[in-house]
Design a protein. Structure first.
Length: 364
């Protein structure tokens, strides 16, 4: 192969060999990563799909390239509340693999998810303004026949009891906030305050067992039934009971949580309880490979310490040693001769083939 190259003096992007020669990234993923790495600051606000569309990477090809970048730690995504209560998806693209903890640190440093304070918006939320309508009529005042305003009525005892709000503990406040925020994930999970209060005890039990607020929100809002949710309070109560994690060793769940769970499930109609809901796919964490070569990461599905490529290379090396022993070949001596001849000493395939052809070629 004849190789000729002229180093550019401007308009170039430094690319790491770990990216260019990455064995688990397709050509579309590498091109997309290098293209994004060389973008100017005024174009970084566009989504990754927009840049892929400019490169002609669309549809299934883009999904495949993005999936490979996410699995190998080059792309991370996070949903965070934005302005006016809207949720936005933020993407983080890196030229080196990052773990989930490293990506979270970068997002925190950049201030992603820290929405604007109500006091800095214009107009300021909650600013007092003069009343433009008439005063409300008293309860005991009688109206004329031509008046279209109905008389005000005193709230009933049931309504007063529903309006009254007791003091909540910090965990109960956090659990209620999670339940009320489910409407942002799906409109079918919209709860009123009285409905959320019925489920607070169950949600608090999840938090007490070590589940974070974000994980609880993900479990409750993912894998909804294909035919829709008929009763939000019944569906969430059923899911909180059925997917309750195990209690820590030596502890027993409080009786109030079990009683409230049975009450919520009994109130829900049978049609509101799903028969089965799909479980979201599990994404294993990124771990550092302990194999030879440059440092890299991979996703370990169990307790693996080496990536599949390093395991395959080690298996080939062991097979070469056994094959050389069967043929009576000294690989160390052969490697020294290869260095003297200017060849690659690590090319065990070529050394083994040459030795087999000269010394033991007739053996099968």
């Amino acid at each position: 192969m004849l190789w000729h190259a002229i180093a550019p003096v401007r308009r170039y992007t430094k690319a790491s060999h770990d990216v260019v020669r990455h064995p688990r990234l397709c050509s579309d993923a590498k091109i997309l990563l290098l293209y994004v790495q060389g973008l100017p600051d005024d174009q970084t606000h566009l989504a990754l799909s927009e840049h892929g569309r400019k490169l002609g990477i669309k549809g299934r090809a883009f999904q495949r390239a993005k999936e490979q970048l996410v699995v190998n730690g080059f792309v991370h995504e996070r949903k965070a509340p934005g302005e006016r209560g809207l949720w936005a998806t933020h993407q983080l693209v890196s030229n080196v693999p990052l773990s989930d903890a490293d990506a979270l640190a970068v997002w925190r440093e950049a201030g992603v998810g820290a929405g604007a304070s109500p006091s800095v918006q214009f107009p300021t939320v909650g600013e007092p303004s003069p009343r433009t309508v008439g005063h409300q009529l008293p309860v005991d005042e009688e109206l004329g026949k031509n008046s279209s305003r109905p008389p005000t009525e005193a709230p009933s005892q049931a309504e007063s009891a529903a309006v009254e709000v007791g003091e909540l503990s910090p965990q109960e406040v956090e659990a209620e906030r999670v339940l009320l925020s489910l409407r942002h994930s799906d409109r079918q999970l919209r709860l009123g305050v009285p409905e959320a209060r019925k489920l607070v005890a169950l949600a608090v039990e999840w938090l007490r067992r070590g589940v974070s607020a974000g994980e609880l929100r993900r479990v409750l809002s993912s894998g909804l039934p294909s035919d829709g949710v008929r009763s939000a309070v019944g569906f969430l109560g059923h899911r909180l009971v059925q997917k309750m994690p195990e209690a820590p060793e030596g502890e027993k769940p409080p009786a109030s949580a079990g009683a409230s769970a049975e009450a919520v499930v009994e109130e829900a109609p049978p049609s509101a309880l799903p028969a089965a809901s799909p479980v979201p796919p599990y994404v294993p964490p990124l771990v550092t490979c302990q194999g030879s070569g440059n440092e890299h990461v991979f996703r370990a599905y169990s307790e693996e310490t080496e990536c599949p490529d390093c395991l395959q290379a080690a298996a080939y090396a062991r097979w070469a040693e056994r094959r050389a022993a069967d043929l009576g070949i000294d690989l160390a001596e052969d490697a020294a001769k290869a260095v003297e001849a200017g060849r690659d000493p690590n090319g065990w395939r070529s050394r083994l083939a040459a030795a087999a052809a000269t010394g033991g070629g007739g053996e099968q």
